[in-house]
Design a protein around this ligand. Structure first.
Ligand SMILES: *[C@@H]1O[C@H](CO)[C@@H](O)[C@H](O)[C@H]1NC(C)=O
Ligand SMILES: *[C@@H]1O[C@H](CO)[C@@H](O)[C@H](O)[C@H]1NC(C)=O
Ligand SMILES: *[C@@H]1O[C@H](CO)[C@@H](O)[C@H](O)[C@H]1NC(C)=O
Ligand SMILES: *[C@@H]1O[C@H](CO)[C@@H](O)[C@H](O)[C@H]1NC(C)=O
Ligand SMILES: *[C@@H]1O[C@H](CO)[C@@H](O)[C@H](O)[C@H]1NC(C)=O
Ligand SMILES: *[C@@H]1O[C@H](CO)[C@@H](O)[C@H](O)[C@H]1NC(C)=O
Ligand SMILES: *[C@@H]1O[C@H](CO)[C@@H](O)[C@H](O)[C@H]1NC(C)=O
Ligand SMILES: *[C@@H]1O[C@H](CO)[C@@H](O)[C@H](O)[C@H]1NC(C)=O
Ligand SMILES: *[C@@H]1O[C@H](CO)[C@@H](O)[C@H](O)[C@H]1NC(C)=O
Ligand SMILES: *[C@@H]1O[C@H](CO)[C@@H](O)[C@H](O)[C@H]1NC(C)=O
Ligand SMILES: *[C@@H]1O[C@H](CO)[C@@H](O)[C@H](O)[C@H]1NC(C)=O
Length: 456
């Protein structure tokens, strides 16, 4: 259909109307765009301002850290020079614990180096432990040491007992005669490190990395080594102690396992290493310091009334495999009117893992031979992880001239850490037959033994 004149007029009108409209639209669009741009600009400006503020905040924070660190160095140095010996270490400890919480890992590393250089955490065997800073609970998480061509990383006699050292690293460092016992060292890196004569007793080293490390006389007794990586680590026969260590999920070759002391350890394949089966009592058979005349100063035991219990030789010198040469007995001249006891504290360090796995039994025994108005008893007081003492779990008495074995045994159902084993000699006050001579009234004890056994 051809365009009529009428249409043309309309079209013209429409076009003429469209132009301002388009201009209007253009304006609107531009304005919106401009607004968008300026708001972007504002955003940008705001970001820049934020960044600037952050940087300056960072700088302020950094300066603040520098200041507190400098103040710390100053204070500690002054304290070190003061002669106020008694309070010195206590103050340094307090200052150190507080400052460590305020610093980042880079500065914490400086604190560690400072303490080490000033010999506060440097434990030479000839110095006593009392001149050392107690670093318990100090936060050294995330500190990073690494041997490079420019930086050597050497620690001898480093003393970091019971500190926080997770996510830390000592890559390629040479560490000798050092003490990390009871420290929390999750995920800590020791790859390519040389770790000689160093104690990690009871440290928590889960997921730690010992890749390509070289170890010599390194003690991991009681440590948690769950998921630890020992790939390509090297040690010679018997030079790594893993007694009572938890090796669940640890990466250890058969050769590495064969070369380690695995007593009471939980091995990567879920089996237990060799279980210690010998008695934990020191000198329980009275054979150390034993003499014919009788010795009253002997190894391993505390005597309730010193000098009253003797180690005496069997008078017939009857050397049997079972009883040996000597036994314990109250000095014959002593007129007994109170209980006399020999006691010994036995620590379960080698058995903590078996105990926490709730698969341990104990068994205590003593050979008594008593006569007349005397009898003997044995008692066990267990002490748990928190130092709580439990009432004598077992107390039994024996009397009679025949040699009798007194045995106490049970399961351990709580986290005990030691036992006080006590063997006592007591006078029976209701004993009627008064046959005076001391030789008639006596009690001897021998072969005092205490075992922790693995329950099947
Ligand atoms: C400020 O410090 C934090 C953490 O230390 C860092 O993540 C951030 O990138 C820093 N910002 C600036 C602007 O330096
Ligand atoms: C040791 O220093 C503390 C605090 O500076 C002070 O209170 C104390 O009296 C000093 N002791 C001695 C023996 O100087
Ligand atoms: C160690 O690092 C892991 C992973 O980066 C983190 O989840 C954990 O909180 C860190 N632990 C400590 C004590 O810093
Ligand atoms: C490590 O330090 C603890 C706590 O002071 C101490 O009991 C232990 O004997 C030390 N270990 C070594 C191997 O020096
Ligand atoms: C490793 O030491 C143990 C105990 O000392 C010994 O029985 C064993 O033969 C030694 N193995 C090697 C390969 O030297
Ligand atoms: C578990 O590992 C130990 C040490 O390598 C090995 O002696 C033992 O035979 C293994 N036991 C099983 C059931 O694989
Ligand atoms: C040696 O001791 C054992 C065990 O006490 C005893 O049975 C035996 O009679 C003793 N022998 C002598 C000669 O005393
Ligand atoms: C050994 O470690 C594993 C993994 O953390 C844990 O499940 C297990 O209870 C630990 N074993 C003992 C006896 O503590
Ligand atoms: C330990 O084992 C004993 C006997 O198997 C059980 O009666 C006791 O409840 C267990 N204790 C814990 C804390 O699991
Ligand atoms: C004490 O002596 C009396 C009388 O001889 C006896 O009945 C009692 O069993 C003795 N007590 C002990 C604990 O030996
Ligand atoms: C009392 O002692 C005498 C001499 O030592 C002895 O012969 C006697 O059997 C003893 N009596 C009793 C009841 O033990």
């Amino acid at each position: 259909m051809p365009i009529t004149e009428k249409d043309r007029v309309w079209l013209k009108l429409l076009l003429s109307a469209l132009i301002p409209l388009m201009i209007g639209i253009f304006t609107v669009v531009t304005t919106i765009q401009q607004q968008k741009m300026s708001s972007l600009q504002r955003e940008q400006d705001k970001n820049d301002a934020l960044l600037l503020r952050e940087q300056s905040d960072n700088q302020t924070a950094h300066r603040h850290k520098e200041t507190i660190y400098a103040t710390y160095l100053d204070d500690v140095t002054k304290l070190l020079m003061s002669n106020n010996e008694t309070k010195r270490l206590v103050y340094i400890r307090a200052k150190t614990l507080i400052i460590l919480q305020q610093l980042d890992s880079e500065r914490r590393k400086d604190v560690l180096l400072f303490l080490y250089e000033s010999e506060l955490i440097y434990h030479h065997p000839l110095t006593t432990i009392t001149t050392l800073l107690k670093v318990n609970n100090a936060d050294f998480n995330g500190i990073h040491f690494e041997r490079t061509e420019k930086v050597e990383c050497t620690f001898k006699f480093l003393y970091l007992h019971h500190v926080y050292l997770s996510n830390a690293s000592f890559i390629g460092c040479y560490i000798d005669y050092s003490n990390f016992s009871h420290s929390l060292m999750y995920n800590t890196g020791f790859s390519k490190a040389l770790l000689f004569r160093t104690s990690f007793r009871f440290a928590s080293l889960d997921r730690a990395n010992f890749n390509q490390a070289k170890l010599f006389l390194t003690d991991f007794s009681g440590a948690s080594l769950v998921g630890c990586n020992f790939r390509d680590a090297y040690w010679t026969n018997q030079s790594v102690t893993l007694t009572s260590a938890n090796l669940t999920g640890a990466i250890l070759s058969n050769q590495q396992l064969q070369r380690s002391i695995l007593t009471n350890a939980l091995l990567p394949n879920g089996t237990w290493g060799p279980i210690r089966r010998t008695s934990l009592v020191v000198n329980g058979d009275a054979e150390q310091d034993c003499s014919l005349q009788g010795s009253t100063n002997f190894i391993g035991w505390q005597i309730s009334v010193p000098g009253i219990i003797s180690l005496l030789a069997y008078n017939n010198q009857n050397l049997t495999d079972q009883y040996g040469k000597c036994y314990f007995r109250v000095t014959p001249s002593y007129t007994l009117n109170q209980a006399i006891s020999a006691s010994q504290n036995i620590f379960f360090d080698e058995f903590t893992l078996l105990i926490s796995a709730n698969i341990s039994n104990y068994k205590a025994s003593v050979d008594f031979r008593c006569s007349g108005n005397q009898y003997g008893y044995m008692e066990l007081i267990f002490v748990d992880l928190y130092g709580l003492r439990y009432f004598p779990v077992s107390r039994r008495t024996k009397t009679g001239i025949a040699r009798e074995l007194l045995t106490i045994s049970s399961s351990i159902h709580f986290e005990v850490r030691s036992v006080q084993l006590k063997v006592s000699f007591i006078r029976n006050t209701t004993y009627t037959n008064i046959n005076g001579s001391a030789e008639e009234n006596y009690c001897i004890a021998d072969n005092i033994e205490f075992f922790i056994l693995k329950r099947q």
